[in-house]
Design a binder for this molecule. Structure first.
Ligand SMILES: Cc1cc2nc3c(=O)[nH]c(=O)nc-3n(C[C@H](O)[C@H](O)[C@H](O)COP(=O)(O)OP(=O)(O)OC[C@H]3O[C@@H](n4cnc5c(N)ncnc54)[C@H](O)[C@@H]3O)c2cc1C
Length: 445
């Protein structure tokens, strides 16, 4: 593994027990640098390797829709790991209690963690770190060019991070080695998944979706299908919400069920469709990694305060502008606005758990237009995004909403009411781009 993926979060006492990989963001057995690193350390020290996951009873706005997607993916992780003689433990409750207790009990020698720029994950790591004495090593296995390596500051926009990523891409976009079978055949205790499900204190009213099957194996077949059937026309069709032209990989990336690096390697190796390849790799690498950069270097990524100064200024100047429509959260949530196109987008996410990427921009910008303040718009958009999207609670989500409402990574546009200099989108603009009537017809209550 390229050692620039690694950060020593904490030095510590030398012990002789197993190496433990605390899997958090990257929930997969294959193509996972954090796991590969943990395994190499275990082999080097001639000790066992354990993988643990801590399931909290509730998490931000996640409902049974997102929890089941994750749990089913984790069931597959357990099966894959067991085939390599690697035990998988699932803890229920709070990580800062479970992890230190477990590490102490097995006299663990090293804790390996994956990288996550979001506040809650960093808070958990810090809490655990404060309670343990062994070293903690962090491996960035979510970004192709590691977030902390590519830049040591918040990047202004795609054009500032792009050259930094491109300069380092050859070095980091390398082949990922397979996992090795551990020689020892430890006691592979089975996880009690029913008990795990019964421990949840989440909202059960948002149903699971059946058109996307969770897990590493399905993610791989979706990637194959994308390359064989959709890549050719990705560039031409990606902004048409009536066409199923996108990869649909975002839920799998969000839960770490497929490696972005594996996807980039597969798409890069296609000897055709250069424009589509470039467009897809721009989203997958530059835009996605820019989101991690924003959230890592800006702890206010989910608030008005996190916007650029020019955006705060212009939104402040237009605070008192008269809004033509103002809706309550329930009206947005129930798709009860005057705008059939907006309602269709909301119905799409309620039913499918994934709104088309183009509609996400329109959807969030209209929330800014039809609420009392930018703060309220941000609150409503994040609440709905995180509650219904399978890929919600992700750096891409925080940045997508902040781009739409707060001009993050964008530039100033012609000034207009409510929006100020934030880029505006309207119904007629959409009408010129795609068949609005079909989209509304396909997304009915
Ligand atoms: C208001 C708003 C909210 C959003 N919320 C989320 C969210 O909660 N979770 C999420 O993952 N994405 C979010 N996005 C970004 C983007 O819309 C989705 O990543 C994309 O639609 C996912 O579908 P796909 O995987 O089929 O896309 P594809 O077009 O097939 O793209 C492949 C991958 O590239 C990355 N990507 C694509 N578009 C973007 C983008 N604009 N910014 C950063 N990365 C991108 C994603 O990782 C995506 O999975 C949001 C965008 C906006 C404007």
């Amino acid at each position: 593994m390229n050692e620039n993926r690694l950060k020593i979060l904490k030095d510590g006492e030398k012990k002789t027990g197993p190496v433990v990989y605390w899997m958090q963001r990257d929930q997969r057995a294959n193509d996972n640098w954090a796991l590969i690193y943990a395994q190499s350390k275990a082999c080097e020290m001639n000790v066992d390797l354990r993988v643990v996951f801590n399931l909290v009873p509730e998490f931000l706005e996640a409902t049974v829709r997102q929890y089941e997607f994750m749990i089913k993916g984790l069931e597959e992780v357990e099966q894959h790991l067991n085939r390599f003689n690697i035990p998988f433990n699932l803890f229920l409750g709070e990580p800062e209690q479970n992890l230190p207790r477990f590490l102490e009990k097995i006299h663990a020698s090293l804790l390996v963690v994956d990288f996550n720029p979001l506040k809650i994950a960093r808070f958990w790591k810090k809490k655990v770190a404060d309670k343990i004495q062994i070293p903690i090593h962090e491996v960035d296995t979510h970004n192709i060019v590691p977030c902390k390596y590519v830049s040591d500051k918040i990047e202004y926009a795609a054009y500032t991070i792009r050259p930094k990523i491109k300069r380092n891409l050859d070095e980091f976009l390398d082949e990922i080695p397979p996992l090795l079978t551990m020689e020892n055949n430890p006691n592979l205790e089975k996880v009690d998944w029913e008990k795990a499900r019964n421990s949840l204190k989440i909202n059960f009213s948002v149903p699971e979706v059946d058109w996307l099957i969770p897990g590493e194996s399905t993610a791989k077949s979706i990637l194959e299908k994308f390359i064989n059937q959709k890549l050719e026309s990705y560039n031409q069709h990606r902004n048409d919400p009536n066409l199923n032209a996108l990869s649909n990989l975002s839920p799998y990336f969000h839960f770490g069920q497929i490696s972005p690096q594996r996807v980039a390697l597969a798409v890069s190796s296609v000897n055709n469709f250069p424009e589509s390849k470039d467009a897809f790799l721009e989203e997958l690498i530059v835009r996605r990694e820019l989101s991690d950069n924003f959230c890592y270097y800006n702890s206010k990524y989910d608030s008005f305060e996190g916007f650029h100064d020019w955006a705060k200024k212009t939104l402040n100047e237009h605070r008192e502008d008269k809004r033509e429509f103002i809706y309550r959260l329930e009206q947005f949530e129930n798709a009860e606005t005057h705008d059939g196109l907006w309602n269709a987008a909301q119905i799409e996410v309620i039913k499918k758990g994934k709104m088309h990427g183009f509609m996400r921009m329109y959807w969030a910008k209209k929330i800014l237009e039809w609420t009392e303040s930018p703060e309220q718009a941000l609150e409503f958009a994040l609440y709905l995004n995180d509650k219904y999207q399978l890929d919600g609670r992700d750096p891409n989500g925080y940045v997508g909403v902040a781009w739409s409402i707060g001009g993050v990574h964008d530039r100033a546009w012609t000034e207009r009411p409510v929006f100020g200099k934030i880029r505006f989108m309207n119904y007629n603009g959409c009408k010129r781009k795609f068949d609005i009537k079909s989209y509304i017809l396909n997304n009915q209550k």
